[in-house]
Design a protein around this ligand. Structure first.
Ligand code: FAD
Ligand code: DLZ
Ligand code: SF4
Length: 523
């Protein structure tokens, strides 16, 4: 008698733990369902990516001799939730047992755990071994540490994997080369991401998504869809990164340039998160480029740290702190998310409109756009934590709650009160001006703080520090900046608060801060 394995949309790995348990006569169930596609209104490109990658994976499994039952979104029999699709398959085929690799999100794990209780045959959740650190190992790392920091965790993983290690010492004599990685971009050309012609599967999914999810955010054009939907395409993206981008990745990791949407970033997060690439193969490819003399240590170390450090660290924190983590709002941030997060034409702030345009067009923004532009604005303006988190989960092609939530709630919004970051990532326009070419084209003046045309990041930044002065006063990393704030006279502080309040009022009333066209412009 046969058993069945439920494979979720982000479990597209040949080596998946649950697939490894199957015998040739067993069945794989995959289902495109409305509940997963709409629990937040995902960007159209994200739904396309997941459905197309699922269909390609199912085809590859079938070609390799597996028995696959694949339910398309528009199948009339589809009950549109994963739990009810399991029940439907069980009623029809009477499997002896079920397996599923643990899902990446807490809410779905809850659903599947209730399903275990409802089933009359065994239904087993198998640990997901596609990470370098298991949930249990991360809990052990946390135990007994007052302030678990990513850097400590990262060194442990460097040692356990041997990546960039010479015996017990880090290659290059340092664990971290971040101080070399903060250059603004010069005039150099940046590479175009690789492209491939869309096959009929992706074309069909694009039509389906445009038809069924017309009110979801984001552009979806067949000519611009760039995300790998197969392992082969994911490997092409990785090769392109290693050969064309990695050498400059470190130097320009924090740079932002108008119209250059991906700079030297790797674009591998979607493939890693779907399971088309494994973290270790990506890191080994980068390490190999270093050993061949094709990329400098600051680039390779910086890149590997993002994957074996940050990526694993946020996943560990997510599982260790959920479900309470999602409720945290340490700074009591409740201002509604401005409407311009959904429509960049509603803001005149070039930095924000660029990050949001990139997000709309590509379901992508690079890390510094996410952290220091959209994230920083939400932090210093005091935007409602839950709404901001939902925005990030909706709009990026690589977004799953296990990675999105700690990055947004913890890193960008400091709503976990310092679990993830030792100080808030708040910055004035000066930082954006240093790292980008945005400010020279902006209606606002980045050198000014209180005037009518002052850069909103400047007055919101000081207003934020002033509002949270007491909370931050016992954080030694904030001492210097609070001393600067203390030097402001009452008049200056009042002017800053008035500017911040009036921007909030304007955005609230209009959905944005964009200047209204004059009568002459309208005519
Ligand atoms: P690169 O810049 O080339 O980095 C290489 C890889 O390192 C990435 O592919 C990713 O796998 C990993 N990585 C880098 N930084 C992080 C990080 N902070 N956390 C986890 N992995 C990291 N990443 C997601 O994968 N999904 C998300 O939903 C997501 N939401 C984010 C929300 C906010 C507010 C912030 C500040 C960051 C978020 N990130 C998220 C992390 C990071 O911005 C993206 O991984 C990265 O921009 C993806 O582009 P890339 O593949 O070109 O990355
Ligand atoms: C993201 C996503 C989407 C859009 N659709 C599906 C789907 O129809 N079927 C499915 O099995 N998985 C989908 N996924 C991925 C799941 O949401 C993902 O497995 C959980 O969020 C856990 O990470
Ligand atoms: Fe952004 Fe301010 Fe620079 Fe304008 S001036 S691009 S709002 S940082």
């Amino acid at each position: 008698m046969a058993r069945c394995c439920l494979v979720l949309g982000d479990q597209l790995s040949d080596s998946l733990s649950s697939l490894n348990l199957l015998e040739p006569e067993d069945v794989v169930l995959m289902a495109e369902v409305w509940s997963e596609a709409s629990y937040v209104k995902h960007h159209k490109q994200k739904i396309t990516l997941v459905f197309s990658a699922m269909r390609h994976f199912a085809e590859a499994l079938t070609r390799s001799g597996r028995r696959v039952s694949y339910v398309k979104l528009n199948d009339p029999a589809n009950t549109q939730s994963l739990v009810s699709e399991v029940h439907r398959a069980q009623d029809k085929y009477q499997f002896d047992a079920w397996y599923v690799t643990e899902p990446g999100e807490w809410r779905l794990e809850q659903d599947l755990e209730s399903l275990v209780a409802q089933m009359t045959v065994p239904f087993e959740l198998v640990p997901d071994d596609r990470f370098l650190c298991s949930r249990k190992e991360f809990e052990d790392f946390l135990n007994g540490r007052k302030q678990p920091r990513m850097e400590h965790f990262y060194r442990k993983i460097r040692q356990s994997t041997g990546l960039l290690m010479e015996g017990k010492d880090p290659v290059g004599g340092q664990w971290n080369f971040d101080h070399d990685n903060r250059k603004p971009l010069d005039q150099r050309q940046t590479p175009r991401p690789p492209s491939w012609s869309l096959d009929p599967i992706t074309q069909e999914v694009i039509e389906l998504v445009n038809d069924r999810f017309p009110d979801h955010f984001g552009d979806l054009d067949a000519d611009r869809f760039m995300w790998p939907v197969t392992r082969e395409q994911a490997l092409t993206m990785l090769d392109h990164f290693i050969n064309e981008r990695l050498a400059s990745f470190g130097d320009f990791q924090d740079a932002m340039v108008r119209g250059k949407d991906t700079l030297f970033h790797s674009l591998v997060s979607t493939s890693l998160n779907l399971g088309l690439l494994s973290p270790m193969e990506v890191c080994r490819a980068a390490e190999d480029a270093f050993q061949r003399g094709c990329a400098p240590i600051n680039a390779v170390e910086g890149f590997i740290r993002q994957i074996i450090g940050w990526r694993e660290y946020v996943r560990g924190l997510y599982w260790a702190y959920m479900p309470g983590y999602k409720e945290r709002n340490a700074l009591d941030a409740r201002w509604p998310l401005p409407a311009f997060y959904w429509d960049e034409t509603k803001t005149d702030m070039v930095c924000l409109s660029e990050a949001i345009r990139n997000t709309r067009e590509n379901a992508y923004a690079h890390h510094i756009q996410r952290l220091m532009v959209t994230g920083n604005f939400a932090l210093i303006a005091g935007c409602a934590v839950e709404e901001v988190c939902d925005w990030y989960l909706s709009v990026y092609a690589d977004a799953y709650e296990w990675v999105e939530l700690p990055n947004t709630l913890g890193m960008a919004l400091f709503a976990d009160n310092g679990v993830m970051a030792s100080k808030p990532y708040c910055a004035s326009g000066k930082y954006i001006d240093r790292m980008s070419d945005y400010c020279k084209d902006c209606r606002y003046n980045v050198k000014e703080t209180e005037t009518e045309n002052a850069c909103p990041f400047n007055y919101l930044y000081w207003d934020f520090l002033n509002r949270h002065r007491d909370r931050f006063s016992n954080n030694p990393r904030m001492a210097m900046i609070l001393r600067n704030l203390d030097r402001f006279g009452d008049d200056k502080l009042q002017a800053i608060r008035t500017r911040a309040a009036s921007l909030r009022d304007r955005v609230q009333a209009d959905g944005g801060d964009a200047a209204k066209p004059s009568q002459e412009q309208l005519l």
